[in-house]
Design a protein around this ligand. Structure first.
Ligand SMILES: [Zn+2]
Ligand SMILES: [Zn+2]
Length: 337
């Protein structure tokens, strides 16, 4: 195969591994080694003045408990005047591990394996975190939900303050597992949950024999559409108006190439602008399943793409689904996921 490691589209380094390599060691990736000290179990609600100076990394595997990394981050934020002695670990932000899946234990982190997303963060502090905390991969300033919502005119975006924002979620279903990479400062954050409700909906549709010819109308990085490929669909169309989402779909097609079995990936047309309007066919695969990826407004998708038996719509919370359903009425069945 042509690749072992793909260049990261965000930072140019080796953040992207083929899905099969990620899945091969995911179960032990964040586990303590036999020589790791027990969990420090720091109180997340305790003010900094009552917390220890720092927590040692394991002398044997070198990895750090999540609490240790968050404590180091809190100390740096305090140093830069963004927090004080009364602030807590909980107030640092949300920790996102580089390869996320529902963990039954608190993770032990190796180098460049944690992205912090939060408010009240600054660029200087973020750069200091990158320099001084080996486990930090990136720091993102949160400004609400990224992506295109409601109006196509004003896509929101969070800001990557330092490091790299590319991470992946391991998506699990009855059909198997996929590794879905996300440029996390530009893509909606979904925390992995054991009871994945969207996958349950796909599984039900599968048992009804409906995962054959599918459109994933607001695909984001491609989670639902690519899972339909894994479920054995013959044709899957993915569409999104938000260019960063479409670029993540293209990356995910490559990263999961062996699991999904493409023979060939073609890129017929280039995207037009950050927010697509008239649909453009940016990618097509040939193999057991025919996949088409469009960059454009869902309202205009079926002026280009052939309507499908099943149209999945995974809207942002609070968006007008009636309009979206109207746009997809040429498909046999519409399911709001
Ligand atoms: Zn990267
Ligand atoms: Zn260890």
């Amino acid at each position: 195969m042509p690749f072992k490691i793909m260049k990261c589209p965000e930072c140019g380094k080796d953040c992207v591994l083929p899905a099969e390599d990620v899945l091969a060691d995911i179960d032990s990736k964040y586990m303590a080694c036999p020589n790791c000290a027990p969990e420090p179990e720091l109180d997340k609600a305790k003010p900094l003045r009552h917390l220890p100076e720092g927590v040692e990394r394991c002398p044997s595997c070198g990895r750090a408990p999540l609490d240790a990394v968050m404590l180091d981050a809190l100390r740096i934020l305090r140093e830069f005047g963004l927090r004080d002695e009364e602030d807590t670990l909980r107030g640092v932000g949300s920790p996102l591990i580089a390869f996320g899946y529902p963990l039954a234990f608190s993770p032990r982190l190796g180098p460049r394996s944690l992205i912090i997303v939060g408010e009240r963060l600054g660029r200087d502090a973020a750069e200091a975190m990158m320099k001084r905390i080996p486990e930090i991969k990136g720091v993102i300033l949160s400004r609400g939900v990224p992506g295109v919502q409601g109006s196509l005119a004003s896509p929101g975006e969070n800001e990557l303050l330092a490091g790299c924002d590319l991470r992946a979620d391991i998506v699990q279903s009855l059909f198997g597992e996929l590794v879905i990479y996300k440029s996390q400062s530009k893509i909606h954050i979904e925390f992995p949950r054991q009871s994945a409700p969207k996958m349950k909906i796909l599984e039900q549709l599968y048992f009804q024999g409906k995962i054959r010819d599918v459109v994933d109308g607001l695909s984001g990085p491609g989670t639902l559409g690519l899972m339909c490929v894994l479920a054995g669909a013959e044709r899957v169309v993915l569409n999104d108006a938000w260019l960063p989402a479409v670029q993540n779909v293209l990356l995910n097609l490559k990263a999961n190439q062996r699991l999904l079995g493409w023979d060939e990936i073609e890129y017929p047309e280039g995207p037009a602008g950050i927010v697509g309007r008239e649909p453009v066919l940016v990618c097509r695969t040939r193999g057991a399943c025919e996949v088409e990826v469009y960059h454009g407004d869902l309202a205009r998708l079926f002026s280009r793409a052939r309507p499908a038996g099943l149209c999945l719509i995974d809207p942002f919370p609070g968006s007008n689904t009636k309009e979206l359903e109207k746009a997809c009425r040429s498909c046999n069945e519409i399911v709001i996921v």
